[in-house]
Design a protein around this ligand. Structure first.
Ligand code: IMP
Ligand code: MG
Length: 181
């Protein structure tokens, strides 16, 4: 059984994703020229996006990674997020760009923004490949958005369902029977 058999509809092809990421990289390169850019990937979902985006950035930058506890599908969050794996490097004086796969309720990123801001960076901005504005529960606006998506559960290009489909090279909507099964 191939992964593609579980996909009802493709929303972003590999080619479209490459175009979106290239454009974001160009914008970031312009905006951060002469700055001390550090790109921070929020694991695991932003892994693929991060790898492509950093290669679309044409100015020097450093990278770091962190991972946060997820509150799981179907459960309601208290807004409490925990850092499971922290950064290796200091953010003091750095121009931080947080790189996320998708901005949904905004709870995760709003927590991260507060936490990272307390580490005295020179600046901090959010970059997300996808944005589901309909689902927002906290007031948070990303500085860089690849594309807006409707309120449907999507997988691929780093995004998972129960830890699967991250390695799908495009982004698509799962067939409902996958959830039911
Ligand atoms: P939130 O903005 O705090 O609600 O959480 C965002 C996180 O939820 C993302 O980093 C994803 O891991 C996950 N997420 C939200 N929507 C989707 C989706 O449609 N597919 C897969 N993961 C999703
Ligand atoms: Mg995630």
């Amino acid at each position: 059984m191939a992964m593609k058999d579980d996909i009802a509809e493709v929303l972003f092809t590999e080619q479209r994703l490459a175009e979106i990421v290239k454009e974001m990289g160009e914008r970031i390169s312009r905006d951060y020229t002469g700055k001390n850019l550090v790109m921070i990937s929020v694991l695991k979902g932003s892994l693929i996006f991060m790898a492509d985006l950093m290669r679309a950035v044409t100015i020097p930058c450093s990278i770091d990674f962190l991972s946060v506890s997820s509150y799981g599908s179907g459960t309601t969050t208290t807004g409490e997020v925990r850092i499971l794996k922290d950064l290796d490097t200091s953010l003091e004086g750095k121009d931080v760009l947080v790189v996320e796969d998708i901005l949904d309720s905004g709870v995760t990123l709003s927590f991260l923004l507060k936490n990272l801001s307390a580490r005295h960076p020179n600046s901090i901005r959010l970059c997300t490949l996808l944005d589901k504005p309909e689902r927002r529960r906290v007031d948070i606006r990303p500085d860089y958005v690849g594309a807006q998506v409707p309120d449907r559960f999507i997988v691929g290009y780093g995004l998972d369902y129960a830890e699967k489909y991250r390695n799908l090279p495009y982004i698509g909507v799962l067939k409902p029977e996958v959830y039911a099964g």
